[in-house]
Design a protein around this ligand. Structure first.
Ligand code: TRP
Ligand code: ZN
Length: 898
């Protein structure tokens, strides 16, 4: 990484334990929007395990220092500065009280204490607590917290903080108070408070050991009708963690609060999770099936953090994946179990495919650019920039590999040992690996490289069949290809790759597997090979016919597999592989290969054509009634434009778009009757049901509609979509219909039906911010046309009264959707997209650096594009680099330009 160009680099190698520890914290808040007074009383002592320091250095930002006392007496040796408070020559142990003032009303960063919709909220991870009070704001300082909140009773009738409510009551002058105590020691990043006009859906449930628990989902009063699904998801999460990991809820009360101004998805504050409204509020009229699934996943994720993150936390922020990778893995398994139980492999595969698609499209891209970093980074400038796809999604794959190596039971044994050893501690990724290794009696030293090496590994496969000897040898070779410089410097040696493989016979069924040296074939027809060397050959014996290999089943490791399948072989795998993930994978490989060939032709102006055999392979999936609708939908969805552009030697979004549209049109026209039949067959009349089956039908039906909208004559699709829009009793069908109308209209520069539906959608949902976000996003991601470039529509929408740059969801719905999810329009040759991007990054930088830095990342792969686009992107990056103020955005653009 370009450390030398960037000041203030924090390095993992520089970790040192804190010179002081804080055992207890008593916080008192007088909550006033423009001027909140915070009194913070701490018991402080020297850390016996650290070297001596005479000064106590507390972190603090954007605080007005008022006073400090030590053991009740005024302390004059306190010096407030830009980064905090220095207390000189302090005793070995003492009680320290600090009073300071902050301004939540003016806090647009949404980090620390802020006001949203007239209510108070906090966000402390990673380093927001220092914006509330002076503190040792680092995760290895753990204390028990008592919190007293005082505020106007009329304006802030509800006062919440972590843990258990000790007492509440009235105060003079229309004020009231509440006092909370969290019995568990925690780092400051898990602190939270909420105050305002909120109401709760409540449930009482008994946990595994029979204790009664109060569960609450707090929202603004008009949203109470959208809380049921979040509550059900919470109850399911509690049950699941008990059943799968033996982990029980440790508090008497567990609260979720929804807030509409929020930087990310949600936050796992102890006992008081704070959520983006997007991941709480849902009813069939306002939320899509995807929204329902996301809410279940995020509610699960935050709840599971109670053990993986809160009871056992991170020693330092380089260990972030210790909690995030593990917790993503847990939420993925939760969702898979909810969809398919432990045994319905086809239903589980649906979830797996969706997760892998995200990993490949987003994390592989991250690993190929200037922000490439290991799952456990070596350095950072701004930690908020490292809440990344690598830490979360690749981190989850790394955890999944332990389970692939040891099985579910072995993984559980490792988790049990991890909690036995580390409950109540702040630990490292190494501690986790050691627990897994020790519980399973295995040396995992080599596995450490998954934490320290960046870049996406490539495994190339060669096979050889010896008919006379009935031997089939599989040679695996691993490397990183020509990795990005940021990744290359971390790469030291081969990884331990659990490589799952099956062999498929001529009739499409699995062959039994016996490796050389084994006395008999194993029971399972999938084998996980321990692939540990740069190159390694595995030989199967008693192989009576030449098999077709099914490689990396269920995506057993986060790698790219290179193997020279013929198109016929891929079509065969698509039809027969017993591993549902690899069935999908075969279709994707087939489509990717065709699409990249076509994109190459489009880039050079050669006419496009598509082989009938590809159409036939898709037709078979479309009409195969033995496959579940949700699987068919996934298999028939072409790889995204972003993923395809990534695979080109020089990314050319226009050529990718032309190729993909060509194939979509070809599939639409060639299979018109089948699409229509599928559309009719998978309608879900009657009351809305949120089950996986019903949502699978809707997904397939709406995919059919989107293909029909590509027909040369879209009249029929427009009729169907309009009728679907008008009749819809749920948001999945309504938004899919609107999207089909917009895209069918693109070729003609717009249509009356599309405009009418857009207007109706706005009027109908004017009072539902999350739905208006969809209204913006649908327009920002629409196809557009030469007569009607989307940038013009986006520019106009920026001036819409409902647009608000300060609200991250709204900014994402319009700006991010356009810059990151509409590549063909964003990467216009005239550079209009890049100019827009630069203006918005700069504007956001002054409001909310965390959000600005996310947007800044949408140009980081600029070097991989065609020369014209590259020049335009570089100019835009340089403009931003010359104007931004925040450390967050600076780190991103400097790394991109380095
Ligand atoms: N720890 C949170 C999660 O993954 C994410 C998070 C980190 C976050 N920093 C944040 C959320 C800032 C909101 C704002 O569950
Ligand atoms: Zn998390």
């Amino acid at each position: 990484m370009a450390d030398t160009a960037t000041p203030n680099v924090i390095r993992r190698a520089d970790y040192a334990p804190p010179a002081f520890l804080i055992d207890t914290v008593a916080l008192e808040f007088d909550l006033v929007p423009e001027r909140t007074v915070v009194r913070n009383t701490m018991r402080v002592r020297r850390n016996p395990d650290a070297s001596h320091a005479s000064n106590l250095e507390l972190m603090g930002e954007q605080l007005e220092f008022v006073s400090a006392t030590i053991d009740g007496a005024p302390f004059d040796n306190a010096h407030a500065h830009e980064h905090g408070l220095t207390l000189s020559n302090v005793p070995d142990h003492f009680e320290l009280t600090i009073t300071s003032i902050c301004n939540p009303a003016e806090n647009t960063t949404l980090s620390g204490l802020y006001v949203s919709g007239g209510n108070f909220f906090t966000q402390c991870e990673a380093e927001g607590f220092r914006r509330i009070t002076y503190f040792l704001d680092r995760p290895d300082v753990m204390a028990t917290f008592t919190v007293t909140l005082r505020a106007s009773k009329a304006d802030y009738p509800v006062l919440l903080s972590n843990g258990n409510l000790l007492e509440e009551g009235d105060l003079p002058d229309g004020r009231h108070f509440a006092r909370w105590e969290d019995p568990f020691r925690k780092p400051s990043y898990l602190f939270a408070l909420v105050a305002g006009k909120l109401v709760a859906l409540e449930e009482r449930v008994k946990s595994g050991s029979g204790k009664e628990k109060l569960l609450q989902v707090w929202v603004e009063p008009h949203d109470l009708d959208k809380t049921r699904h979040a509550m059900d998801s919470l109850i399911n999460s509690i049950r699941w963690d008990e059943a799968r990991f033996g982990l029980e809820l440790d508090l008497d009360r567990f609260m979720i609060v929804a807030v509409s101004d929020f930087n990310m998805g949600a936050m796992e504050n102890k006992g008081l999770n704070i959520f983006n409204t997007k991941y709480v509020l849902a009813n069939p009229e306002t939320a899509t099936d995807t929204d329902f699934a996301n809410i279940e996943a995020v509610v699960g994720h935050e709840y599971f953090h109670n053990w993986t993150g809160n009871r056992v936390t991170c020693r330092d922020w380089f260990q972030l994946s210790l909690k995030e990778g593990l917790t993503v893995f847990r939420d993925q398994e939760f969702s898979a179990d909810m969809a398919g139980g432990a045994t319905d492999e086809a239903a589980r595969a649906t979830k797996r495919i969706e997760d892998v698609r995200v990993l490949r499209q987003m994390q592989f891209a991250e690993d190929a650019g200037p922000m490439a970093h290991p799952v456990r980074p070596e350095s950072y400038v701004e930690i908020n920039n490292f809440y990344t796809m690598t830490v979360y999604e690749k981190g989850s794959e790394v955890v999944r590999m332990y389970q692939t190596l040891f099985g579910r039971d072995g993984f559980r044994k490792g988790m049990d040992l991890y909690f036995k050893r580390h409950d109540g501690q702040a630990v490292t990724c190494d501690d986790f690996r050691h627990a897994l290794a020790d519980a399973n009696g295995r040396d995992l030293a080599q596995f450490e490289r998954w934490y320290s090496q960046a870049g996406t590994p490539r495994v190339s496969v060669r096979t050889r069949y010896d008919a006379a000897q009935q031997r089939y040898s599989v040679t695996l070779a691993q490397g990183y290809g020509d990795a990005a410089p940021a990744a290359r410097e971390t790469q030291k040696g081969p990884l331990l790759i659990p490589f799952a493989i099956g062999l498929i016979g001529k009739d499409g069924s699995d062959l039994s597997l016996q490796l050389e040296g084994e006395t008999r074939a194993s029971d399972s027809t999938t084998r996980v090979l321990d692939f540990t060397q740069t190159e390694q050959t595995f030989t199967f014996v008693n192989v009576a016919q030449e098999p077709l290999p099914s490689l990396l089943r269920n995506f057993s490791a986060p790698v790219i597999v290179e193997y020279d399948y013929s198109a016929d072989q891929l079509a065969f795998l698509l039809a027969h592989d017993s591993d549902p993930f690899n069935r999908w994978e075969a279709g994707q490989r087939l489509a990717t290969r065709e699409l990249l060939t076509l994109a190459g032709r489009a880039a050079t102006g050669v006419p496009l054509q598509l082989d009938d055999s590809v159409v036939a392979a898709f037709a078979r999936v479309l009409t195969d009634e033995t496959l579940s609708p949700s699987f068919r939908e996934l298999a028939l969805m072409l790889p995204s434009e972003a993923y395809l552009a990534e695979q080109m030697a020089e990314s050319n979004p226009a050529a990718v778009h032309a190729a993909r549209q060509f194939v979509r049109k070809r599939l639409a026209n060639a299979l018109r009757k089948d699409w229509l039949a599928v559309y009719e067959k998978h309608r879900t009349p009657g009351a809305y049901e949120a089950t996986p089956e019903a949502s699978g039908h809707r997904a397939l039906k709406n995919l059919a509609l989107s293909y029909l909208a590509e027909l040369d004559d879209p009249a029929e699709a427009v009729r169907l979509a309009s009728a679907q829009y008008d009749a819809a009793n749920n948001m999945t069908d309504r938004s899919a219909a609107l999207s089909a109308l917009l895209n069918a209209a693109a070729a003609n520069g717009g249509s009356i039906e599309a405009q009418q539906a857009l207007d109706d959608f706005y009027r109908r949902f004017e009072k539902e911010p999350l739905v208006i976000d969809k209204w913006f996003a649908l327009q920002a991601t629409q196809r557009g046309s030469a007569q009607r470039p989307v940038i013009e529509i986006v520019r106009k929408l920026m001036a819409h009264p409902a647009f608000n740059l300060k609200n991250p969801n709204r900014a994402r719905s319009l700006i991010f959707s356009f810059c990151a999810a509409n590549p063909a329009q964003f990467h216009a040759e005239d550079g209009s997209g890049y100019a827009f991007w630069a203006d918005q990054v700069i504007a956001l930088d002054a409001i909310n650096p965390q959000v600005a830095a996310r947007l800044a990342r949408s140009l980081e792969l600029w070097r991989r594009f065609t020369p014209t686009l590259r020049d335009g992107m570089r100019a835009a990056l340089e403009k931003v680099a010359s104007q931004v103020k925040s450390r967050d955005v600076r780190e991103i653009v400097e790394k991109a330009l380095a």
